[in-house]
Ligand binder design. Sequence first.
Ligand code: HEC
Length: 166
Amino acid sequence: MKIPAEIKIVALVVGTCLFYSYVGHLVPQKEVLPPTEVIISADVTTDEMIAIGEEIAQGKGLCLTCHTLGESGSLRFPDLSGIGSLCTTRIPGKSGLEYLAQSLYEPDSYIVPGFNPGMPAIVRPPIGLTDDEILCVIAWLQSLGDEATVTLETRHSFNSDGVEAD
Ligand code: HEC
């Protein structure tokens, strides 16, 4: 029996399609990853918090889109190198920890001399950092010019369950 040419063509087309879709499934698909979520485990050390804080500052916190590290001259935004020790003397009577927390939770309640207001409230969307993420950012800020002392247990007056630290 002779197979009509049309059937041969259809069989070839179908066969080719099946073959390519089979090969296509063998090739690993490009993985599309969601934006990196910073995972902070409960037993994180202060050194690890510094590293996480730095990652947040470069990434989702957007800090380094405005702030510089180690630049001087006429800057639009305060340079953050040395903030770890500077924070203890900015507002007389306020501890360094409280100053850093305030500058992150309520940036407009104290304006660094020589600068204009304009720092976004990073606890609110779109940046929306959590209390733990902000503690990591504080650890990183403390490490710029001094030794970081915060842990995830540290409380300050801006923590949602906080009491003022001395
Ligand atoms: C849109 C720009 C912008 C972004 C983003 C930003 N800041 Fe600021 N920041 C400012 C400005 C402007 C000031 C100075 C005005 C003031 O005191 O509020 C400031 C002040 C500060 C101060 C006080 C500095 C000092 O010398 O006392 C700290 C600390 C600080 N920012 C940390 C951060 C961190 C950490 C982030 C990221 C989580 C961040 N900022 C994101 C603009 C920004």
